[in-house]
Design a protein around this ligand. Structure first.
Ligand SMILES: [Cu+2]
Length: 366
């Protein structure tokens, strides 16, 4: 939980930084083109946020091209505002989140670009149509225009309103197909993981690593468990009280563990009914169909834990089959996979300890 709180603080910091920089810019114009250390750090900070979290290349390139602090200040302020309501908390859905989750894979980066790109086109069309409608309603109202025109055909206009939408569709289709190919052309796998959808949990197999396999089920807390089931509940899938690091209805007993920066190929199938293996920050959603092996891939760029959910209505327990992937360093993965072949619970325990230790070292350094 601490992790999310600190990100929020970060973003408030950016907004404050933005306001502060703008005030400074106003009071001292020369300041706007200089390069003292503090501002350099601030701009780095703003840039990381823009690159990493919002991928707002327009704003970022402006910062790089002009290096003007006024622009940086305004950009940081806007980024902070977007961040407050937008994708930034990121690795799982957040209350009041409006944007997409932050990208943690090249495909998701492209999906977000494509989303922004089509949004610009949509807004432009909407504005044009609204303005035209308003103009027609005012300019040609009955009182101002008592004798309406009898014109019913205009070849030029008809050709235009056929050609222009075709051109717009082609402009959308080109990057759309490029993205589709990128999603469907599976690169050479560094690690293959097989996911099998059950009613209502997931099974995972690591075919490259012997017969390593485990079940991934919802981690429930006391309040979510019917009275009658509490007595017999398996302690491995059940907590008296979920920890802050275990988001309700998303936390699972066993996370999928994968190494950072590697190509992970997911093979997805199901028992009995159709499910869908979906993980927003990886830009992945693929149907799990009985008797069929679907493939998808992702290359995680950051370590951490990432949540998704079954995304095909599969029955009563559909809302209760989350997906959790833990991205770790290659060394942590190697150690985990070795232990997990004998005992997944023990491997997860050791992995958590290793991550905790690495974090403590990181904190001590700063
Ligand atoms: Cu489902």
């Amino acid at each position: 939980m601490r992790q999310y709180v600190s990100i929020t603080d970060d973003r408030l910091g950016i907004i404050n930084g933005g306001i502060h920089s703008w005030q400074k810019f106003q009071s001292d114009r020369k300041w706007a083109f200089g390069s003292d250390r503090r501002t350099g750090a601030f701009m780095e900070h703003a840039k990381t946020h823009l690159d990493g979290r919002y991928r707002s290349s327009f704003v970022t390139s402006h910062i790089e091209t002009f290096g003007k602090r006024a622009v940086a200040a305004a950009a940081a302020f806007i980024a902070g505002l977007i961040g407050l309501f937008g994708p930034a908390l990121a690795d799982k859905p957040e209350p009041w989140q409006m944007g997409l989750q932050a990208a943690n894979a090249p495909i998701m980066r492209d999906i977000q670009w494509f989303h922004d790109f089509t949004l610009v086109i949509i807004v432009a069309i909407m504005v044009l149509v609204t303005v035209l409608l308003g103009y027609v309603m005012v300019r040609f109202r009955a009182s101002a225009n008592p004798n309406p025109s009898k014109v019913s055909h205009n070849t030029t206009v008809e050709i235009l309103w056929t050609i222009v939408p075709i051109v717009i569709l082609v402009i959308i289709a080109v990057p759309s197909f490029r993205l589709l190919y990128k999603q469907l052309e599976i690169p050479k796998a560094d690690l293959t993981v097989k996911a099998i959808g059950n009613q209502w949990s997931w099974n995972y197999e690591y075919p490259d690593h012997g017969d390593l396999s485990f079940n991934q089920a919802l981690l429930r807390d006391h309040a979510d468990l019917p009275e009658a089931e509490r007595k017999d509940a398996d302690p491995a899938n059940f907590r008296e009280k979920l920890k802050p690091s275990e988001p309700r209805l998303l936390a699972v007993n066993h996370e999928v563990v994968v190494p950072v920066g590697k190509v992970i190929v997911m093979q997805v199938t199901a028992n009995k009914v159709i499910h869908s293996w979906a993980l927003p920050s990886f830009g992945v959603k693929v149907d799990a169909v009985p008797g069929r092996l679907n493939e998808t891939w992702f290359r995680p760029e950051r370590t951490g834990i990432y949540y998704g959910q079954c995304s095909e209505l599969c029955g009563r327990g559909h809302a209760y089959m989350p997906i959790a992937v833990r991205v770790v360093t290659q060394e942590q993965f190697d150690a985990w996979v070795k232990t997990a072949q004998d005992d997944v619970d023990e491997a997860n325990k050791q992995l958590s300890a290793a991550i905790e230790k690495a974090r403590a070292v990181e904190v001590a350094k700063n």
